[in-house]
Each structure stands twice: as C-alpha cells, then as structure tokens.
Design a protein around this ligand. Sequence first.
Ligand code: SAM
Length: 293
Amino acid sequence: MAELKKEWRVVDILKWSKDYLGTKGVESPQVEAEWLIREVLDCSRIDVYMNHARPFSKAEKAQFKKLLLERISGKPLQYVLGYTEFMGLRINLTPDVLIPRPETEIIVEKTIEFIKQRKIENPYIFDACTGSGNIAISLASFLKECSVLAVDISKKALDVALQNSLENSVSEKIKFRESDILNNKFVNEQFDVIISNPPYVAGKWYQNLPKLVKNYEPRIALDPGEDEFIFYKHLAIIGEASLSDYGIICVEIGGTYQEEMIKEIFAKSALSCFYTLKDYSGHSRAIFAHKDL
Ligand SMILES: C[S@@+](CC[C@H](N)C(=O)[O-])C[C@H]1O[C@@H](n2cnc3c(N)ncnc32)[C@H](O)[C@@H]1O
C-alpha cells in the first residue's frame, strides 16, 4: 500500500482511496471511499464534498489507513464500519448478524403499505429470524402504533438487535425472544402480521456465493441446511396456527426459482398468496399471503 503524503486533504484522500479500492476489485470504490472518510470525520456525505480542502490530521490518517486495510483484506464494508443504514435507520452490526440488504427494505415498505391499506390497527407483528433486528425496528419506527415479537435462535444476534432497538428508541414496542422457529408454533399468540427473512440459500446456491459473503456472514443466517424449504414449511404452520383471520404473512424468498414451491407449501396450510414482490432485478423476492377464509 502506497503511503499517503503528509498534507493530504479530503479531496486527495477521496481520489487516492477510490483508485486504490478500484485496483483491489471493490465494486463501488467511490461510494466505499466516501463511507470510510465519513466514518473517520464523523460527517455526512454532503460534508465530504463541502469540506474537500480540509486536511486530515495525523490521527485521522492513521485511522483511515486502518479501516482501509481492513476493507482490502476482504471484509465487507459494513462489518468494517460496524453498522449499515436500513430504511434510513442506523443498524449496528457484528459478525454474528447478517448485513441487511436493500431488497429487504422494499419488503418492509410493501408490508407497511398493506397494513395501512387493510386498515390493520395497532398490529401485533411477528418478526421470525430477526438477526440485527432491522425489520422489527423499522416496522416499529414507521408504524405509529404496533407491537412486535422478534425471534432468533442466536443469542448473540438478539443482543445486537436489542441494542439497535434501544439506539433507535423503539425498544418499548419490541419484545425479543430466543427461540427456534422450527420447534415452536407460537400457538399462544395471535399475530396480525408475520414477516420473515429466513435462511434460504441452500446447496449449490450457498457454495456459489461470493467469498465476501461466505467468509464473513454467519452461515446459520443464510443456509437452511438439507431441506431448502424447511423454514417456509414451518412459517406456513405458524401462519395456520397463529395468524389472525384478517392478517398477512410475508416471507422473503431466494428468487423466482423458489416461488411456486413456496406457494404450494402455503396452500397446504390454507394460506393463499395474494401478491409477489419483485426486486430491483425483476426476480420474485417476497410472497405475501393471507388465510383462506
Ligand atoms: C437471513 S437472516 C435475516 C436477518 C434479518 N432479519 C435481515 O433481514 O437481514 C436469518 C436469521 O435467522 C436466524 N435463524 C437461523 N435459524 C433459525 C431458527 N431455527 N430459528 C430462529 N432463527 C433462526 C439466524 O440467526 C439469522 O439471524
């Protein structure tokens, strides 16, 4: 790694690190360089460009270099920073939780739209497989009145999620519970909304994931094991047992290739799919269903 010269300003660091990240195969080097600068200077994206002549102090240069080295070692940017943005909210991350994806944001947005459209008041929401808590926390932030039960099998993930709920001032609306959703039907609950982004990247799909994902993101969050559809089968059972008559169940899926099978699984539990959400690339990304009445 070439040494940064003595008197480097924001603009110099931005250009130099963008080029450097680019040569290391980083897909969006400019965006990542901005994020690293923002982290060191604790500033907004606009500030990076408004203060382009500001020199970096020696300490700032040292911190920047440390972050940059971590990033080029192959670690995803979000783990280097220790957080990401989801629905405009800051979500802290550790290696125990999956990095929330932009596709999941559109699922949350659509869920909010359906809750409002169907006039489900003060909904009781079940976030199955909560991870960092991104879904539970954004629903609790954007729905004025609601309560959420957020479940994960990983105690470490739940610790991150709880902290995120505190930092986003929604902890009073969310109960976190350690539980294996494959071994619990939640029969004592009645949910108005069940939402889940479960592990769904099975077999060859898991093997073909980029190293950035496989080496750093927890396997338990991605790989459902031998039965690719095991989580959908159990979510359907939970839906049948614990979804209110007018409620909705929404699951993120791996792509169009899983859609028909999941619809069939849901149909066996008397759940009919009324909407399939496509992602930015046109792949089926989420299925919304309700009870057959
Ligand atoms: C795909 S991640 C989703 C995380 C987060 N909701 C998101 O959208 O980014 C799946 C989560 O399911 C959890 N998980 C895996 N097996 C589980 C099980 N049997 N019961 C409950 N949670 C489980 C993992 O710990 C992980 O946090």
